[in-house]
Design a protein around this ligand. Sequence first.
Ligand SMILES: Cc1cc2nc3c(=O)[nH]c(=O)nc-3n(C[C@H](O)[C@H](O)[C@H](O)COP(=O)(O)OP(=O)(O)OC[C@H]3O[C@@H](n4cnc5c(N)ncnc54)[C@H](O)[C@@H]3O)c2cc1C
Ligand code: SF4
Ligand code: SF4
Length: 459
Amino acid sequence: VFNQVLVVGGGIAGIQAALDLAEQDLKVFLVEKTPSIGGKMSQLDKTFPTLDCASCILTPKMVAVSRNKNIELLTYSEVRGISGKAGDFHVTVAKKPRYVNFDACTGCNECVMKCPAKVPDEFNMGLGERKAIYIPFPQAVPRKATIDAEHCWRLTPPEKMRKNALERGITLCGVCARVCPPNAIDFSQKEEVVDLNVSSIVIATGLELEDPRRVPEYGYGKHTNVYTHLEFERLLSSTGPTSGEVLRRSDGRHPKRIAFIQCVCSRDLRANFYCSAFCCMASIRQSMLAKEHLPGVDCSVFYMDIRAFGKGYYQFFKRTEEEYGVKYIRGRVARIEEKPDTKNLMLVYEDTRLGSFVKAEFDMVVLAVGIKPSEISPAIPITVSGSKRLESSLPVTLEVEEDRFVKLVNPYLNPVATSVNGIFVAGVAAGAKDVSDSVMQASAAAMKSSIVAKDAKAP
Ligand SMILES: Cc1cc2nc3c(=O)[nH]c(=O)nc-3n(C[C@H](O)[C@H](O)[C@H](O)COP(=O)(O)OP(=O)(O)OC[C@H]3O[C@@H](n4cnc5c(N)ncnc54)[C@H](O)[C@@H]3O)c2cc1C
Ligand code: SF4
Ligand code: SF4
């Protein structure tokens, strides 16, 4: 317990907190629920406001985590239980089976190439496919294969395949095991539970995208050429499903007119009443990148007001308008209709600056979908501010705001402290924010949790 800290969530906030804690010679357990650390930033092409390549900034930090002797990385793992108090928390972590011997796997990709089972690829937001055995993206850390048991023909065979194999007395698939050079595949793996004893905890569980179908008039999931901003990000990315070519889903052609719609599911009482903070800047950047990828493309951004609040952000916004010719139209789009023949999209909107109602045609629509906090862990009991306290093994429950972001009990003077002494929060888990604000809060959370860890006395 003495000098040990737990960080939950391996996005940029969790990575930064873990590195800062490790640098102070504290032992850090970094728990990430997916097979690789990196979070949402790993899916981004470039970042505002500098247009730096996201993976060029993120990958060295991910590698630094994997090489740091003070950090124990527990990927594909979840926090299942938590009790105790500041200076002496007891945490149970479940490591899900990868069905691959972690130490033996070299990340050579042989199994991935030969596996016959294909599944929509979550890293590419379903725009491409991955295999049942997979390494989530080229820069994944750790670079180890994982079998997605639900889609593996051996572990969860489709009914027809299972019957056929039974009748003919043959073994199901197992191709990965046959081709793996170091024999790393292990179908017998089971969940493993580890108990940790830490003095403080940093929660950095980040964000999920809201479901754009909550705003049905935009036809997401119904109109072929309506995308979310994260899908569009994968189209822009050279590691994406189209190797960085912006192509329409319906006919594989380059769009000539793209509409970006802001505040979809944000600042909307039907979904979330809060502002998602970074999506104005994300769309401004995406419209600029679209202009670079597709010379001559017409980009229009539909907004209520542009929130370009950070250092250099407003200048970035004005540059897209003045140098790149992005059009900014102030007004809510009322509805989108799809043209059956071309799959083009008719937008009906009010241009509040002109005071007119307009109907205009576009080839592609990108929705700046709002965000919500990820679920922290069923093991960490939560109380929504103002509601009744739940019984729990923790002395107090972790309070979240009405919007379910973790409540900061002292937002001015200690903007990382939660309602539980010894538990701190960083990044989007505490409220919508961009990368640089997430990193700032992560370093602050690392500092505050290190103070608790250094104060804790060995039992
Ligand atoms: C389309 C789009 C474009 C963007 N563009 C930019 C940009 O250009 N510039 C910029 O500064 N920002 C941008 N952002 C915002 C940026 O992605 C976030 O600010 C940043 O990712 C927040 O980092 P985080 O670590 O708090 O959360 P996340 O990146 O969400 O990471 C959280 C991590 O925690 C893990 N996790 C979640 N729950 C659990 C759990 N219960 N147990 C264990 N692990 C868990 C997740 O799997 C994930 O790895 C953009 C976001 C989007 C969606
Ligand atoms: S057993 Fe077959 S389907 Fe399953 S991961 Fe291996 S190769 Fe893929
Ligand atoms: S073939 Fe074996 S060593 Fe290579 S990535 Fe797959 S599991 Fe790992």
